[in-house]
Design a protein around this ligand. Structure first.
Ligand SMILES: [Zn+2]
Length: 559
């Protein structure tokens, strides 16, 4: 069948890593797609995180419009984080338009698709599914058949985090899990495309993000944590993982037949991280966060100042894991270490010690990467709120200039400027994102360290604003260097190339400059009314499911 559209989503893919391998023949399929098609950076959203970025991909709208800003809902993140899923997305998604226009589809593993929208064809959701649920596949009865044919479906990638690059054996077992994900997802996508005669085929690979988070320092000789000896042993295997993904892209394109239009996209880019910024500790130092006055809190504050911090405990945990995993072939983190970690968390300063009545601003776990919320319970909206935010931006600017350099205040954003005045109260109020400079403002463990900026000992790599876009196929201009494409442009572009009208309420636009003049694909963009979002699957999580998702996100280091 001709006229198919394939989207290969490589989470976190970045040309700074891929380009040299495309040029030297390591990734021949991606190189050929870029050479014979169009390619360029794909601008992510602020903040460049998986949930808001994939929600923007699906809706063609920026976070202020679709209302997803991180892994949890901002309004609930302070005490009991509420994980987001597709139910959190405001408005229609690409999946709703596939339904509306009756386009047979095979969609595999795209984040923020649980609960699944019943597209014509099949849709397999992703890792924000509550553990144990089997309704992440539409149609639900398909899961038994997928498992019978392909074995257990890799919904979650249960791999060690923060301690992977300690030994060659750890790296290998980690890469094995990621390779299995790619293997199964590419095979399932090809099988579903055939089975449902899909015109739209999409799969998402999570491993490309995970491998860069964990192993960036082994690929980057200038990284402060570069380990030359280990890199010499495993570099070929890390590159081999990317080569495997590239090879499978070629195989899937062949399986889909002649005339397939291929998009390769990522939700954000990647780069090295050398310094963590502990936003909550900084907020506490500046008086925005205030602590309770009880004895237990006083003791934890004292211990914290003396060095009993989450950062210290993580170092101990990593050392313990290293000790254990060096003796275990599979490299899996030990349950004993996890239990010890849960228990020791009670010893260190956390949000339980915060006096929320006197606290004016905090960085909610789960929104992660540089997000700050004003505490409106007793401080807003109105003049008080404006004054707190103005002081926060001013103090943060001084901190940024002192830590990074005179230009660094440009990395500070305000929520109303980014997301619109009506976003106040449901979106981050202030964001600090000096990612491009190798700094990661974060809030793993509520508070991290007793200094506001600490050398990064966790993930050697993290997100950047510019991901990748490669487009190739009949009617797509060859050799075009795209400039200025944004992730919100992808859904309208795909709908336009599928011959559909594009909803007038999307922030993005069809990238018509991709289309070859005079080709059969050249036609005016047609506008339509927004589709009715499918609400039938709205997921109500039980408390236990919510806790399990939060625990899983924590164990991944995402919140
Ligand atoms: Zn990531």
């Amino acid at each position: 069948m001709s006229g198919r559209v394939l989207v290969v989503a490589l989470d976190g893919a970045d040309f700074r890593l891929l380009r040299p391998w495309m040029d030297d023949g390591t990734l021949p399929h991606l190189a050929a797609l870029a050479r014979d098609g169009a390619h360029g950076p794909l601008r992510s959203v602020v903040p460049p995180l998986t949930p808001p970025a994939w929600a923007s991909f699906a809706t063609g709208k920026r976070p202020g419009r679709h209302n997803v800003f991180g892994f949890t809902h901002p309004g609930t993140a302070r005490e009991t984080p509420e994980p987001v899923n597709a139910s959190a997305i405001e408005g229609a998604t690409l999946w709703d338009y596939l339904r509306e226009f009756g386009i047979p589809a095979a969609v595999v593993g795209v984040p923020m698709t649980y609960p699944p929208t019943p597209v014509p064809g099949a849709l397999i959701s992703s890792f924000m599914t509550p553990p144990g649920r089997r309704d992440f596949v539409h149609p639900v009865e398909l899961l038994d058949e997928i498992e019978a044919r392909f074995g257990p479906y890799p919904l979650y990638l249960d791999t060690p985090v923060f301690s992977v690059n300690r030994s060659a054996a750890n790296v290998r077992s980690f890469l094995g899990v990621l390779e299995h994900e790619a293997e199964v997802k590419f095979r399932v996508a090809a099988w579903l495309a055939d089975r449902f005669d899909a015109r739209f085929v999409m799969l998402h690979i999570w491993g490309t993000d995970r491998v860069q988070h964990e192993l960036w320092n082994l690929l980057d000789e200038s990284h402060p944590r570069h380990n030359g000896r280990l890199a010499a042993r495993v570099r070929g295997e890390i590159v081999g993982y990317f080569r495997g993904v590239d090879r499978r892209i070629g195989e899937l394109r062949q399986a889909l037949g002649d005339g397939v239009t291929t998009f390769v996209v990522s939700d954000h880019g990647f780069g090295p991280v050398h310094t963590l910024i502990d936003l909550n500790w900084w907020l506490a130092q500046e008086g925005f966060i205030r602590f309770r006055r009880g004895l237990a809190t006083r003791l934890r504050r004292l211990a914290w100042r003396c060095g009993l911090t989450a950062s210290t405990l993580t170092r101990l945990r990593v050392a313990a894991e290293r000790f254990i995993t060096l003796r275990r072939k599979d490299g899996a983190p030990s349950e004993m270490v996890r239990t010890a970690q849960r228990r020791t968390r009670r010893l260190v300063l956390s949000f339980r010690d915060v006096d929320w009545d006197r606290t004016t601003a905090y960085s909610p776990p789960g929104l992660s990467i540089g997000s700050i919320m004003l505490n409106r319970r007793d401080h807003g909206p109105g003049a008080d709120y404006d004054a707190v935010r103005a002081r926060l931006v001013e103090r943060l600017g001084a901190f940024a200039r002192e830590l990074i350099g005179p230009h660094a205040a440009k990395h500070i954003y305000t929520g109303d400027a980014l997301y619109g005045a009506d976003s106040v109260g449901r979106a981050p109020d202030v964001l600090f994102l000096p990612l491009e400079e190798g700094y990661l403002p974060t809030n793993l463990f509520d508070f991290i360290d007793n200094r506001p900026a600490v050398p990064n000992r966790v993930w050697p790599g993290n997100h950047r604003m510019d991901g990748v876009l490669i487009a190739h196929g009949p009617g797509v201009r060859a050799g075009l260097r795209l400039d200025g494409a944004e992730i919100v442009d992808v859904a309208p572009t795909l709908l336009h190339l599928l011959g559909c009208a594009v909803a007038s309420d999307m922030d993005g636009r069809p990238l018509t400059e991709l289309v070859e003049a005079g080709s059969a694909r050249e036609r005016p963009v047609q506008a339509c009314e927004p589709a009715q979002p499918y609400l039938g699957g709205r997921a109500d999580l039980t408390d236990a499911e919510r806790d399990e998702i939060i625990a899983r996100l924590r164990s991944l280091g995402y919140i």
